[in-house]
Design a protein around this ligand. Structure first.
Ligand SMILES: *[C@@H]1O[C@H](CO)[C@@H](O)[C@H](O)[C@H]1NC(C)=O
Ligand SMILES: *[C@@H]1O[C@H](CO)[C@@H](O)[C@H](O)[C@H]1NC(C)=O
Ligand SMILES: *[C@@H]1O[C@H](CO)[C@@H](O)[C@H](O)[C@H]1NC(C)=O
Ligand SMILES: *[C@@H]1O[C@H](CO)[C@@H](O)[C@H](O)[C@H]1NC(C)=O
Length: 345
């Protein structure tokens, strides 16, 4: 049997197995009720009876959604209103995709979202929202609101959202006074927050200490307060590309965070390499105004003691291109970062 054929059969087999698993857990009567209630504008596949596909149909409103729907696809339409009526029977929703519609904040009818008491994923990317919709269901784990026109996070909207781990607010109109301790209160288990491409000029306040991935690219941030990351002991991925950070706005020790693995500071105004911790694995400093780099300045440990295994800096990837640094790479940089696999200069 050819490899291609074998792969095809394996895929086919995986598909039928998945099929059996997906339709098995739904009683016959429910499956029938679900198919009978399928709106003509939508596709309700019989082998995946909990999913309803109404995407790319030019819909101006949400059709009546069948009662046993878990996965609802409404993206790429012209929907303006999230109507309580259309969603009344759909009390079991887990995933809802409403991205690329024309939903305004006023168009989210009261009580619609919090009535979805099992909702885990909500995607409202590319709509016309001006504030974070509320109230949201406490079951929510993943909330995506990128590319709206959100300028406001109403106080307490996240209160009780203990399961929310992922929050995407990139491409909105958030200014410093919108992102505060009060507005973010309740995000007790947040892991990733994306605030890229907003209008922030300071580092956001009130981020929960569980934050692991913090994305702030494309704002106007020009300084980081001393000790800022003391409140964020789990930060591992920090992106601050395309901001206005100069070296005077970056306190000497501010990135010396033991949890950090990936630090991105491309396209800023830095004139010096900031102090980095030994555990850092990837560092992006391209397109700044750095003139020189030397091991004694950038090595997180004493170069002479780098021999001891546990103190070898973990840096594997370093970008320094788009600065004013003349090759070659100084020998002491190479001596310091023994694990370096790739350096772009
Ligand atoms: C909800 O279910 C009831 C009973 O099956 C049905 O009569 C009604 O039309 C449904 N409403 C919507 C909006 O789907
Ligand atoms: C939701 O729809 C968008 C298209 O607007 C698509 O890119 C995304 O993958 C969808 N998400 C899910 C979970 O289906
Ligand atoms: C960085 O932090 C570590 C402990 O987390 C500390 O031992 C070290 O002295 C700090 N480095 C500098 C230059 O402050
Ligand atoms: C570093 O670790 C290797 C094995 O992991 C060991 O063989 C070597 O002796 C160690 N070197 C030092 C200086 O501790």
């Amino acid at each position: 049997m050819s490899i291609k054929m074998e792969r095809f059969l394996r895929l086919l087999c995986a598909a039928c197995l998945l099929d059996a698993v997906l339709s098995q857990d739904m009683p016959y009567e429910e499956r029938m009720a679900q198919i009978q209630a399928c709106p003509p504008e939508c596709h309700c596949p019989s082998n995946f009876p909990r999913a309803v596909y109404c995407d790319n149909q030019g819909l101006k409103s949400i059709p009546p959604i069948p009662p046993f729907t878990w996965y609802l696809y409404l993206q790429n339409n012209q929907i303006q209103v999230v109507s309580a009526d259309a969603l009344r029977n759909a009390t079991q929703l887990r995933w809802v995709n409403l991205s690329r519609n024309k939903i305004t904040s006023e168009g989210v009818e009261k009580g619609t979202l919090d009535a979805m008491s099992r909702l885990e994923h909500l995607n409202l990317d590319d709509n016309l929202l001006s504030w974070v919709p509320f109230p949201l269901p406490a079951s929510l784990e993943h909330l995506s609101l990128s590319r709206n026109r959100i300028s406001k996070i109403p106080d307490g909207v996240f209160f009780g959202l203990d399961k929310l781990t992922f929050l995407d607010l990139q491409g909105n109109k958030l200014m410093d006074d919108a992102v505060t301790e009060v507005s973010l209160k309740g995000l007790n288990n947040l892991v990733q927050i994306n605030l890229a491409k907003n209008q922030l000029s300071s580092m956001p306040l009130g981020l929960p200490p569980t934050t692991t991935q913090l994305f702030l690219d494309g704002n106007n941030i020009d300084k980081i307060p001393t000790g800022y990351f003391k409140g964020l002991p789990k930060v591992a991925f920090l992106r601050l590309n395309h901001n206005k950070l100069g070296s005077s706005g970056v306190p000497n020790n501010v990135f010396n965070i033991s949890s950090i693995l990936d630090l991105q500071l491309s396209h800023n105004l830095l004139t010096e390499v900031p102090l980095i911790p030994a555990g850092l694995e990837q560092l992006y400093l391209d397109h700044n105004n750095i003139k020189s780099v030397s091991g004694s300045n950038v090595c997180p440990t004493d170069i002479d003691s780098v021999d001891a295994n546990d103190s070898v800096p973990r840096l594997r990837y370093l970008r320094l291109d788009g600065n004013d640094i003349e090759p070659p790479i100084p020998r002491d940089v190479i001596l310091c970062f023994r694990l370096l696999r790739s350096i772009v200069i």
